[in-house]
Design a protein around this ligand. Structure first.
Ligand SMILES: *Cc1c(COP(=O)(O)O)cnc(C)c1O
Length: 396
């Protein structure tokens, strides 16, 4: 039976390879951190993790996780509504709501699930979802699972958003959906203007804070802090898998009735296992640390500022960014791959992105900064970029 599809799959795989789009996975044999060891034995500086606050290997989170293994065991073996809710789960939900200034929170196994399970329970064919064209894949999939009418506006284009809101005028409920920070450019959604349009056209707002929470805003509270509209956004989704420790887990936080209905109707919540206590307790510890001090956010902002100005001074073409993502524009796909591979030889681990991950002719290297980077790490990275940039004739 397998024979026919086997041949088909082999051809598909071959065509992915031929197109140069085959994704190879690099093996890391150390914890995730600013410095990682590869299976080749080589140690490199890591500039491609979402480890924005440097918490992936933080002793306090490891300790909190270990304590919960002892006190609450290893796994939950249940969904939340049967026997998968512990005191720890409720505490973490409350901590997340405090952090974002929202009313309540619901945890998921991942933000992919939070986004996958948000639209279908809330919206029907009478409603309209108006989504940024560069929104994350999980939002696109979540929207597909609902029966609501779909409208798409060009990335962060407020004229287009308004045009779509006018087209969606007849809908019973309208919701504008956007990433807080777009992962390829590092640009921030213009939430102040989105908020004005939402009020004018009577629409709700949902923001996915995966790349912005912990990072953007003076104290890292995300884009609602940056634009001074904390508590005004109806729905926020986010992940514990990036700045907030990097293990796994997602959440939706926002209006009380929304969260309450999700607990009743959201399928990835109802039909998927509860987060393990170790992860949940590390999350609680993490939000307690955030409430006590902004030391890590401050360090991240300082590191990002230093790196960006160093790269600009060296003459690189960098996308304007308010996040910890720095897109170094090279435009040419092959160049982006050669550049990244030569950086790895210099001990700097970054990834070059090209079409179809970014638009045609927009190839780049994406650098992600972390609070775990030291001044010496950043200097080494800028120096390596400069050396290779000169030898490839990109900068003078
Ligand atoms: C990473 C990411 C997700 C998925 O988060 P997981 O918790 O890893 O599933 C969703 N949305 C955005 C914008 C992301 O960057």
């Amino acid at each position: 039976m397998y024979g026919k599809i086997k041949e088909h799959l082999q051809k598909e795989l071959e065509s992915i390879r031929e197109a140069g789009l085959y994704k190879n996975e690099r093996l890391i044999v150390s914890p995730q951190d600013a410095v990682i060891r590869l299976s080749t034995g080589k140690e490199v500086l890591n500039f491609c993790a979402n480890n924005y606050l440097g918490l992936s290997n933080h002793p306090k989170l490891i300790q909190a996780a270990t304590e919960a293994l002892q006190s609450h065991g290893y796994g939950m073996s249940s969904v939340r509504f049967i026997c998968g809710t512990t005191d720890l789960h409720k505490t973490l939900e409350q901590k997340i709501a405090e952090f974002f200034g929202t009313e309540d929170t619901i945890l998921y196994a991942a933000c992919f699930d939070a986004n996958g399970g948000i639209f279908e329970p809330l919206f029907t064919e009478e409603d309209a979802i108006i989504s940024d064209s560069l929104n994350h894949a999980s939002i696109i999939d979540g929207v597909r699972l609902s029966k609501a009418k779909r409208f798409k506006y060009n990335n962060a284009d407020m004229q287009d958003l308004e045009a779509q809101l006018i087209l969606a005028k007849e809908a019973r409920f309208k919701i504008i959906v956007t990433d807080g920070v777009f992962s390829m450019d590092g640009n921030v959604a213009p939430l102040d203007q989105i908020n004005i349009l939402a009020k004018k056209y009577d629409a709700l707002i949902m923001v996915d804070e995966c790349h912005s929470a912990g990072v953007v805003g003076k104290t890292g509270r995300g884009v609602t802090e940056l634009f001074d509209i904390r508590g005004e956004v109806d729905i926020i989704t986010g992940t514990l898998g990036k700045a907030f420790g990097g293990a796994l887990g997602g959440f939706t936080t926002g209006r009380k009735e929304v969260i309450e209905l999700l607990r009743q109707r959201s399928r990835p919540y109802l039909f998927s296992n509860s987060l393990p206590p170790a992860v949940v307790n590390a999350g609680i510890k993490m939000f307690s640390m955030m409430a006590e001090t902004t030391e890590l956010q401050d360090k991240l902002h300082q590191n990002t500022g230093y790196f960006m100005s160093g790269m600009l001074a060296a003459g690189f073409d960098i996308k304007p960014s308010k996040s910890a993502i720095c897109a170094v524009m090279l435009y040419d796909a092959k160049l982006s791959q050669d550049f990244a591979s030569r950086l790895l030889d210099e001990g700097i681990y970054v990834i070059g992105f090209y079409y179809p991950v970014v638009a045609q002719g927009q190839a780049r290297i994406r650098v992600q900064l972390s609070a775990a980077h030291t001044q010496a790490h950043l200097e080494k990275a800028v120096a390596a970029f400069t050396k290779i940039g000169k030898s490839l004739g990109i900068i003078k």
